[in-house]
Design a protein around this ligand. Structure first.
Ligand code: UDX
Length: 455
């Protein structure tokens, strides 16, 4: 099949490359000339594990090409994917201007029947608006389909190649057949393709992300309660996660969710509800909880240093909003660092992929180092913000050798509390007992939120 993908951001690139991988001929179009030049040379503009190899292979085999010209890109195309940005406007609603502008252009360029597919996360009613825009200038038949993506950064290739499900919103038989043909190689193991009306498909995407965000905020509140009553959130997570109705995924407490999707989609769904005279109370709470959770570590750190952080040297492990990405959009690390800087601390940070992106916005307000151990030199405390695999089993003697004091604030619960006791760290995490420096292995520690530990 000949496919056009409009927009070579994260979603567009993964979509285009994966469709090329299954034998289609894909042309990706973007207005950014520099980016298109680089992609023609085989350079992937984003960090996504596994994408580079697939990208190069499909370019070399002639199935993946790039252009800046929309009219060239859509020549002979049977389907056109719109994978354009939908940034949140001031009122929280998704800004559709990029999508609608391209839809208008497509109207005068389409010459034969084609299916135009909304791949971006767009509010209910967008497919209708896209249809109207195309129809303004178009003389031939076309269909508009909603086909939301459910790609997680870091594992997007796997999510695309082996989706749990494919959601397609259309009432056109012709478009339905084409979409089923297109997705057949991806659902060969029996994963379902759900065909539904376009409004339901559009809402499904928001409902999925909002539900997942809700799971996280719920667990973060349970974690906060665990600290107060002396329970362990890991135990509670396992205890509830084995109930099939709840499921054991997305139940990890931490310093809140970030990224390009959850914060934006929760806001947009609240706005859609409001526009339809519905007060989506639970989602307002999900958002509020996440705001608090992003800096939940700050009072703990302050309390440990008896309220005075001035001049303290704090090491940060992890800047990306989650592991296996260089994405720092809405990353909790940014909120934590800004709060710590405001208290007069000196920050030394390390992240395997995201440092360049943070440098662009923080400049020399913080120090960046090339490896996780250098961040610890003379550090008064380490704060773990992103659970990169390399942080999970570090060389502890090397850490202790470098640090001023054995103090860790772990925002992602990467270490076991027993292990921290054995190593003699002062260790505070999320929803678990506080390990003080005089803790003994196996000793039961009672949590006292008022107790200030001597360093
Ligand atoms: C998400 C959705 O999962 C994906 O389906 C959608 O299409 C795009 O948005 P992504 O933003 O890449 O994907 O990240 P995801 O892995 O879902 O994590 C989102 C955030 O939740 C991260 O900040 C992560 O740290 C946090 N999280 C996740 C938790 O705090 N606890 C968990 O148990 C899981």
């Amino acid at each position: 099949m000949k496919i056009t993908v409009v927009g070579t951001g994260y979603v567009g690139l993964v979509t285009g490359t994966c469709f090329a991988e299954t034998g289609n001929f894909v042309t990706c179009v973007d207005i950014d000339e520099q980016k298109v030049c680089k992609m023609k040379e085989g350079i992937v503009p984003i960090y996504e594990p596994g994408l580079d190899i697939m990208f190069e292979r499909n370019i070399n085999e002639g199935r993946l090409t790039f252009t800046t010209k929309l009219e060239d890109a859509i020549e002979g195309a049977e389907v056109i994917f719109l994978a354009l940005p939908t940034p949140p406007g001031a009122d929280g609603a998704a800004d559709l201007s990029f999508i609608l502008k391209v839809a208008e252009q497509l109207g005068s360029l389409i010459k034969d029947y084609v299916v135009v597919i909304d791949k971006s996360t767009v509010p209910v009613g967008t497919a209708k608006k896209v249809r109207q825009k195309i129809a303004m200038n178009c003389n031939c038949e076309f269909d508009v389909v909603s086909n939301p993506e459910f790609l997680r950064e870091g594992v997007a290739i796997e999510d695309f190649m082996k989706p749990d499900r494919v959601v397609i919103g259309t009432s056109s038989e012709r478009a339905k057949k084409l979409m089923e043909k297109l997705y057949a190689p991806f659902v060969m193991q029996g994963n379902p393709i759900h065909i539904m009306d376009e409004e339901s498909a559009e809402l499904t995407k928001y409902a999925a992300n909002a539900f997942l965000a809700m799971k996280i905020s719920f667990m973060n509140e349970i974690a906060n309660l665990c600290e107060k009553v002396g329970a362990n959130v890991d135990m509670v997570r396992m205890g509830i996660g084995t109930d099939k109705r709840i499921g054991n995924r997305f139940l990890f407490a931490g310093v809140g969710y970030g990224g390009s999707c959850f914060p934006k989609d929760v806001k947009a769904l609240v706005k859609t509800a409001k526009d339809n005279n519905y007060d989506f109370k639970i989602l307002n709470a999900v958002e509020d909880i996440n705001e608090i959770q992003k800096t939940i570590m700050i009072p703990k750190i302050k309390n440990f240093f008896k309220g005075n952080l001035m001049g303290k040297r704090i090491a940060i492990w992890g800047l990306a909003f989650k592991p296996n990405t260089d994405d720092i959009r809405e990353a909790p690390a940014l909120y934590i660092i800004n709060s710590l800087l405001a208290e007069g601390t000196e920050i030394v940070a390390f992240d395997p992929e995201a440092m360049d992106n943070v440098k662009k916005i923080m400049g020399d307000r913080i120090t960046f180092v090339d490896n996780q151990y250098d961040a610890l030199l003379k550090a008064d405390a380490l704060v773990i913000v992103t659970e990169w695999p390399a942080f999970r089993t570090p060389d502890f003697p090397k850490m202790i050798q470098r640090m001023n004091a054995k103090v860790i604030f772990d925002g992602r619960n990467v270490f076991k509390t027993e292990q921290m006791k054995e190593l003699g760290f002062h260790y505070e995490s999320i929803g678990r007992e506080k390990v003080t420096r005089d803790s003994k292995p196996g000793e039961k520690i009672t949590i006292s939120k008022d107790k200030i530990i001597e360093n």
